[in-house]
Design a protein around this ligand. Sequence first.
Ligand SMILES: Cc1cc2nc3c(=O)[nH]c(=O)nc-3n(C[C@H](O)[C@H](O)[C@H](O)COP(=O)(O)OP(=O)(O)OC[C@H]3O[C@@H](n4cnc5c(N)ncnc54)[C@H](O)[C@@H]3O)c2cc1C
Ligand code: FES
Length: 293
Amino acid sequence: MNKSASFTAPLLASRLLSSKIKELKFLWNGAAPEAGQFFMLKPPGARTFLCRPFGVASAENGEISFIIEEKGEGSAALLALIPGAPVELTGPLGNSFERLIPAGASRLALVSGGTGIAPLRHLAARRENFEPPRNGAECASSINKIQKISFFAGFKHGFNNKTINPLFEGLLPLVEHFVFASEDGVFPELSAKTGALSCKTAICSNHKGFVTDSLGEALKKEKFDAVIACGPPAMMSKTAALCRQADVCCIVSIERRMACGVGACLGCVVKTVHGNRRCCADGPVFNAKEIIW
Ligand SMILES: Cc1cc2nc3c(=O)[nH]c(=O)nc-3n(C[C@H](O)[C@H](O)[C@H](O)COP(=O)(O)OP(=O)(O)OC[C@H]3O[C@@H](n4cnc5c(N)ncnc54)[C@H](O)[C@@H]3O)c2cc1C
Ligand code: FES
C-alpha cells in the first residue's frame, strides 16, 4: 500500500460529465493508488474547512483523476475551480478492493450506483496489477488473472447526449460485459454502429430500472467469483443480499461523512459484526458479510 502524503497541487483539467458531475485531474508522479483508495480534497481557504473524501477514478500517464458529484458546499467549491487553481490533497488513504478479492478469482461483477463508478473504473483498469491479498483477507486465498469483468453501472437519470460520454470512454475497452441501468430509461449511445462508444470488445446492454435487477438476473445465470459494489447504501445492501442468496463473495466500499480521514477522530463509524470500525482507516472497503446494514 502506498504511503499517504498531504500536498497542494494545481488543478490540471476539469471536464463536465453530466450537469452536476465533473472529472478533476491532477499531475501525479507517485505509484498508482490501489482501487478503492481515496483522497481528501479541498480548495485552500475554502469556507468548508474540512476536506472531503473522493475515490480515485484513474491513475495513469502521470495523472490522477476523481469523478465528483455536486452534493453540498464542499463538492460545489471543487467543481467551481478552474484549471490552475490550487487544491489541497491528502492520500492515498484507506484499504482497497484489490486486497479482498478472492485470489484465484477470474470472473468479477462490478456494480456501481452513480459516482460509485469511479473506483470501479480504476479497478477495471488495474485488473493486470492486483497485489497479492493481505493475510487474513476473508475472501482471499491466492492470486490469479482476471479473465472476465461484467460491469453493471446504475444511474437514477440516464444520459441522452448523442456524443461520446467521457464517463464511459476508456471504461468499455476494459471490460467484457457492460450493462447500463437507468431508472428513467434514458440511455447513452452505446452502439458500435454509430461509433459513439466502442462496444466492439464488450457486450453492451441497457436496462430500465435498478442496477440490482440486472445483477440479480446475471447471478441466476452466471457464476461470479466476487461481486464488488460501490454506490448508495440501499443499492449496496440489496447487492449484499443478492450475493448472500447466491453464495457469492461480496465486497463493498462504504461511505461515511469524514472529518480527519486518517483514523483519529472516530467520526466515521461503520457497524460490523466485529464491532465498530473506522470507515477511513479500517475501510472503506469491507467484506459485505461483516457489515451490519
Ligand atoms: C471513501 C469515500 C469515497 C467517496 N468517493 C466519492 C466519489 O468518487 N465521488 C463523489 O462524488 N463522492 C464521493 N464520496 C462522497 C463525498 O465525499 C460526499 O459527497 C462529499 O463529502 C459531500 O460533501 P459536500 O460538502 O459537497 O456536501 P455536504 O454539504 O457535506 O453534504 C451534502 C449531502 O451529502 C451527504 N454526504 C456528505 N458526506 C457524505 C459521505 N461521505 N457519504 C455519503 N453522503 C455524504 C450529506 O449527508 C448531505 O445530504 C465518497 C465518500 C467516501 C467516504
Ligand atoms: S474520519 Fe476521522 S476517524 Fe475516520
